[in-house]
Design a protein around this ligand. Structure first.
Ligand code: SAM
Length: 252
Protein backbone atom coordinates (compact mmCIF):
# COMPACT_ATOMS: atom_id res chain seq x y z
CA UNK A 1 0.00 0.00 0.00
CA UNK A 2 1.30 3.50 -0.86
CA UNK A 3 -0.12 6.69 0.54
CA UNK A 4 1.00 10.27 -0.03
CA UNK A 5 0.64 13.00 2.60
CA UNK A 6 -1.96 14.69 0.38
CA UNK A 7 -4.09 11.52 0.22
CA UNK A 8 -3.78 11.06 3.97
CA UNK A 9 -4.98 14.64 4.50
CA UNK A 10 -7.94 14.12 2.17
CA UNK A 11 -8.92 11.29 4.49
CA UNK A 12 -8.50 13.57 7.52
CA UNK A 13 -10.74 16.18 5.86
CA UNK A 14 -13.41 13.51 5.38
CA UNK A 15 -12.97 12.02 8.85
CA UNK A 16 -12.68 15.34 10.76
CA UNK A 17 -16.30 15.70 11.85
CA UNK A 18 -16.72 12.12 13.05
CA UNK A 19 -13.22 12.12 14.64
CA UNK A 20 -14.07 15.04 16.91
CA UNK A 21 -17.72 14.10 17.56
CA UNK A 22 -16.94 13.03 21.15
CA UNK A 23 -14.41 15.78 21.85
CA UNK A 24 -15.10 18.09 24.79
CA UNK A 25 -12.88 20.86 26.21
CA UNK A 26 -10.33 18.16 27.23
CA UNK A 27 -10.36 16.43 23.85
CA UNK A 28 -12.43 13.47 25.12
CA UNK A 29 -11.83 10.87 27.78
CA UNK A 30 -8.68 9.18 26.32
CA UNK A 31 -6.93 12.50 26.13
CA UNK A 32 -8.21 13.64 29.52
CA UNK A 33 -7.13 10.48 31.37
CA UNK A 34 -4.02 9.36 29.45
CA UNK A 35 -2.47 11.90 27.08
CA UNK A 36 -3.10 15.32 28.65
CA UNK A 37 -1.50 14.60 32.07
CA UNK A 38 1.63 13.19 30.38
CA UNK A 39 1.88 16.10 27.94
CA UNK A 40 1.44 18.72 30.68
CA UNK A 41 4.05 17.02 32.87
CA UNK A 42 6.62 16.88 30.05
CA UNK A 43 5.89 20.41 28.76
CA UNK A 44 6.37 21.98 32.20
CA UNK A 45 5.52 25.63 32.82
CA UNK A 46 4.01 27.27 29.72
CA UNK A 47 2.90 30.63 31.06
CA UNK A 48 4.64 33.43 29.13
CA UNK A 49 6.17 30.91 26.67
CA UNK A 50 5.84 30.88 22.89
CA UNK A 51 4.43 27.52 21.77
CA UNK A 52 3.69 25.69 18.55
CA UNK A 53 0.92 23.06 18.41
CA UNK A 54 1.95 21.01 15.36
CA UNK A 55 -1.08 19.18 13.92
CA UNK A 56 -3.55 20.96 16.20
CA UNK A 57 -6.74 19.30 14.87
CA UNK A 58 -9.80 21.00 16.38
CA UNK A 59 -7.52 22.88 18.75
CA UNK A 60 -8.53 21.71 22.24
CA UNK A 61 -4.90 21.49 23.44
CA UNK A 62 -4.04 24.92 22.02
CA UNK A 63 -7.01 26.38 23.89
CA UNK A 64 -5.96 24.78 27.21
CA UNK A 65 -2.35 25.98 26.78
CA UNK A 66 -3.50 29.49 25.81
CA UNK A 67 -5.64 29.57 28.98
CA UNK A 68 -2.47 28.68 30.92
CA UNK A 69 -0.84 31.84 29.55
CA UNK A 70 1.12 30.54 26.53
CA UNK A 71 1.23 32.36 23.21
CA UNK A 72 0.16 29.75 20.65
CA UNK A 73 0.62 29.17 16.94
CA UNK A 74 -1.34 26.11 15.79
CA UNK A 75 -0.73 24.42 12.42
CA UNK A 76 -2.79 21.77 10.64
CA UNK A 77 -2.91 20.47 7.07
CA UNK A 78 -6.65 19.71 7.07
CA UNK A 79 -8.82 22.66 6.05
CA UNK A 80 -11.83 21.07 7.76
CA UNK A 81 -9.98 20.59 11.06
CA UNK A 82 -8.88 24.24 10.97
CA UNK A 83 -12.46 25.40 10.27
CA UNK A 84 -13.63 23.43 13.31
CA UNK A 85 -10.75 24.78 15.42
CA UNK A 86 -11.58 28.37 14.50
CA UNK A 87 -15.30 27.82 15.20
CA UNK A 88 -14.44 26.47 18.66
CA UNK A 89 -12.00 29.25 19.58
CA UNK A 90 -13.98 32.26 20.74
CA UNK A 91 -11.10 34.73 21.19
CA UNK A 92 -7.94 35.75 19.30
CA UNK A 93 -5.58 33.90 21.63
CA UNK A 94 -4.45 31.36 18.99
CA UNK A 95 -2.86 32.01 15.61
CA UNK A 96 -4.06 29.21 13.29
CA UNK A 97 -1.99 28.40 10.20
CA UNK A 98 -2.70 26.00 7.34
CA UNK A 99 0.36 23.92 6.51
CA UNK A 100 2.19 20.62 6.36
CA UNK A 101 4.30 20.17 9.49
CA UNK A 102 6.93 18.38 7.39
CA UNK A 103 7.77 21.82 5.92
CA UNK A 104 6.76 24.94 7.86
CA UNK A 105 8.71 27.43 5.72
CA UNK A 106 6.14 30.12 6.71
CA UNK A 107 7.51 30.08 10.29
CA UNK A 108 10.93 31.59 11.14
CA UNK A 109 13.74 29.49 12.67
CA UNK A 110 14.28 29.51 16.43
CA UNK A 111 10.93 31.13 17.18
CA UNK A 112 9.42 28.75 19.78
CA UNK A 113 10.24 27.93 23.40
CA UNK A 114 8.26 24.69 23.24
CA UNK A 115 6.56 22.57 20.59
CA UNK A 116 3.83 20.03 21.19
CA UNK A 117 2.46 17.54 18.70
CA UNK A 118 -0.33 15.32 19.96
CA UNK A 119 -0.97 12.11 18.02
CA UNK A 120 0.26 13.43 14.67
CA UNK A 121 3.79 12.13 13.99
CA UNK A 122 2.46 8.63 13.21
CA UNK A 123 0.33 10.18 10.43
CA UNK A 124 3.32 11.54 8.56
CA UNK A 125 4.82 10.07 5.44
CA UNK A 126 8.13 11.90 5.98
CA UNK A 127 8.28 12.17 9.76
CA UNK A 128 12.06 12.65 9.67
CA UNK A 129 11.48 16.02 7.93
CA UNK A 130 8.95 17.02 10.61
CA UNK A 131 11.40 16.17 13.43
CA UNK A 132 14.08 18.29 11.67
CA UNK A 133 11.55 21.12 11.30
CA UNK A 134 10.84 21.04 15.04
CA UNK A 135 14.57 21.32 15.70
CA UNK A 136 14.84 24.30 13.32
CA UNK A 137 11.85 26.06 14.87
CA UNK A 138 12.90 25.65 18.51
CA UNK A 139 14.99 28.20 20.35
CA UNK A 140 18.15 26.93 22.01
CA UNK A 141 17.27 24.79 25.05
CA UNK A 142 13.74 24.44 23.68
CA UNK A 143 11.58 21.38 24.33
CA UNK A 144 9.64 19.22 21.90
CA UNK A 145 6.93 16.97 23.37
CA UNK A 146 5.01 14.58 21.17
CA UNK A 147 2.71 11.60 21.58
CA UNK A 148 2.12 8.68 19.24
CA UNK A 149 0.49 5.27 19.35
CA UNK A 150 2.97 3.07 21.23
CA UNK A 151 4.92 1.40 18.40
CA UNK A 152 5.75 -1.69 20.51
CA UNK A 153 2.10 -2.59 21.04
CA UNK A 154 0.04 -0.87 18.34
CA UNK A 155 1.38 -2.45 15.18
CA UNK A 156 -0.22 -3.42 11.88
CA UNK A 157 -2.50 -6.40 12.69
CA UNK A 158 -2.31 -5.90 16.45
CA UNK A 159 -5.58 -6.42 18.32
CA UNK A 160 -7.46 -8.40 20.95
CA UNK A 161 -7.55 -12.18 20.82
CA UNK A 162 -10.99 -13.20 22.04
CA UNK A 163 -12.48 -16.47 23.29
CA UNK A 164 -15.42 -18.20 21.62
CA UNK A 165 -17.83 -16.00 23.58
CA UNK A 166 -16.13 -12.85 22.37
CA UNK A 167 -14.47 -12.11 25.72
CA UNK A 168 -11.07 -10.42 25.42
CA UNK A 169 -8.23 -12.77 26.38
CA UNK A 170 -5.03 -10.92 25.53
CA UNK A 171 -3.57 -8.31 23.17
CA UNK A 172 -1.73 -9.65 20.12
CA UNK A 173 1.26 -7.77 18.66
CA UNK A 174 2.33 -8.53 15.11
CA UNK A 175 4.76 -7.22 12.45
CA UNK A 176 6.75 -4.99 14.84
CA UNK A 177 9.67 -4.67 12.42
CA UNK A 178 7.43 -3.59 9.53
CA UNK A 179 8.09 0.08 8.75
CA UNK A 180 5.56 1.90 6.63
CA UNK A 181 1.98 2.73 6.05
CA UNK A 182 -1.09 0.85 7.21
CA UNK A 183 -4.69 1.88 7.51
CA UNK A 184 -7.32 1.38 10.10
CA UNK A 185 -11.09 1.91 10.19
CA UNK A 186 -11.98 4.96 12.21
CA UNK A 187 -14.36 4.94 14.05
CA UNK A 188 -13.76 1.19 14.47
CA UNK A 189 -17.26 0.26 13.29
CA UNK A 190 -17.25 2.48 10.18
CA UNK A 191 -15.86 2.13 6.65
CA UNK A 192 -13.84 5.35 6.94
CA UNK A 193 -10.08 4.71 6.95
CA UNK A 194 -7.39 6.66 8.78
CA UNK A 195 -3.75 6.12 7.77
CA UNK A 196 -0.90 5.50 10.18
CA UNK A 197 2.81 4.85 9.68
CA UNK A 198 4.54 2.30 11.86
CA UNK A 199 8.21 2.68 12.82
CA UNK A 200 10.32 0.85 15.35
CA UNK A 201 11.65 2.53 18.48
CA UNK A 202 15.16 2.14 17.02
CA UNK A 203 14.15 4.23 14.01
CA UNK A 204 12.60 6.92 16.18
CA UNK A 205 15.75 7.10 18.30
CA UNK A 206 17.99 7.37 15.23
CA UNK A 207 15.80 10.10 13.77
CA UNK A 208 15.93 12.16 16.97
CA UNK A 209 19.73 11.86 17.03
CA UNK A 210 20.14 12.72 13.34
CA UNK A 211 18.04 15.86 13.81
CA UNK A 212 20.27 16.96 16.73
CA UNK A 213 17.81 16.27 19.54
CA UNK A 214 18.54 14.79 22.96
CA UNK A 215 15.93 12.40 24.33
CA UNK A 216 15.24 13.44 27.95
CA UNK A 217 12.22 11.48 29.03
CA UNK A 218 9.28 9.33 28.01
CA UNK A 219 5.92 8.61 29.61
CA UNK A 220 3.86 5.51 28.85
CA UNK A 221 0.52 6.78 30.16
CA UNK A 222 -1.78 4.69 32.32
CA UNK A 223 -4.91 5.67 34.20
CA UNK A 224 -4.51 6.81 37.81
CA UNK A 225 -6.37 4.88 40.55
CA UNK A 226 -8.87 7.78 40.85
CA UNK A 227 -9.50 7.69 37.09
CA UNK A 228 -9.92 3.89 37.18
CA UNK A 229 -12.78 4.33 39.65
CA UNK A 230 -14.42 6.91 37.39
CA UNK A 231 -13.63 5.14 34.09
CA UNK A 232 -13.26 1.36 34.68
CA UNK A 233 -12.84 0.79 30.93
CA UNK A 234 -9.18 1.81 31.31
CA UNK A 235 -8.49 -1.33 33.40
CA UNK A 236 -7.98 -3.33 30.22
CA UNK A 237 -5.24 -0.89 29.16
CA UNK A 238 -3.16 -1.80 32.23
CA UNK A 239 -1.83 -4.80 30.27
CA UNK A 240 0.14 -2.61 27.88
CA UNK A 241 0.19 1.09 27.04
CA UNK A 242 -1.57 2.41 23.93
CA UNK A 243 0.50 5.58 23.83
CA UNK A 244 4.02 6.86 24.38
CA UNK A 245 4.93 10.50 24.96
CA UNK A 246 8.48 11.73 24.25
CA UNK A 247 10.30 14.78 25.59
CA UNK A 248 13.21 15.91 23.41
CA UNK A 249 15.41 18.93 23.86
CA UNK A 250 17.54 21.14 21.65
CA UNK A 251 20.65 21.56 23.75
CA UNK A 252 22.39 24.92 23.54
C1 SAM B 1 -5.21 12.38 15.49
S1 SAM B 1 -5.47 14.03 14.94
C2 SAM B 1 -4.84 14.89 16.37
C3 SAM B 1 -5.28 16.32 16.43
C4 SAM B 1 -4.91 17.04 17.73
N1 SAM B 1 -3.48 17.14 17.90
C5 SAM B 1 -5.55 16.36 18.92
O1 SAM B 1 -4.83 15.74 19.71
O2 SAM B 1 -6.78 16.45 19.03
C6 SAM B 1 -4.16 14.25 13.75
C7 SAM B 1 -4.16 15.65 13.14
O3 SAM B 1 -2.94 15.80 12.41
C8 SAM B 1 -3.22 16.49 11.22
N2 SAM B 1 -2.15 16.17 10.27
C9 SAM B 1 -1.88 14.97 9.70
N3 SAM B 1 -0.82 15.08 8.88
C10 SAM B 1 -0.41 16.37 8.94
C11 SAM B 1 0.64 17.10 8.32
N4 SAM B 1 1.50 16.51 7.46
N5 SAM B 1 0.77 18.41 8.62
C12 SAM B 1 -0.07 19.02 9.49
N6 SAM B 1 -1.10 18.38 10.09
C13 SAM B 1 -1.26 17.06 9.82
C14 SAM B 1 -4.60 15.98 10.81
O4 SAM B 1 -5.22 16.87 9.92
C15 SAM B 1 -5.30 15.91 12.17
O5 SAM B 1 -5.89 17.14 12.49
Amino acid sequence: MKMSTEEAIMRWNKAADSFISNYDENGGVNRKVLLNPAIFELLGEVSGKVLLDAGCGEGYLSRILAQQGASITAVDYSERMLELAKERTTDNSIKYEFGNIENMHFLPSQSFDKIVSNMVIQDLEKYELAIKEMYRLLKRDGTFVFSILHPCFITPNSGWIKDTKGQKLYWKVDRYFYEGVYDQNFPANSDEKVVYYHRTLMSYMKTFRNAGFTLNDIIEPKASSEDLLLYPKFKEDLNCPNFIVFQLSKKG
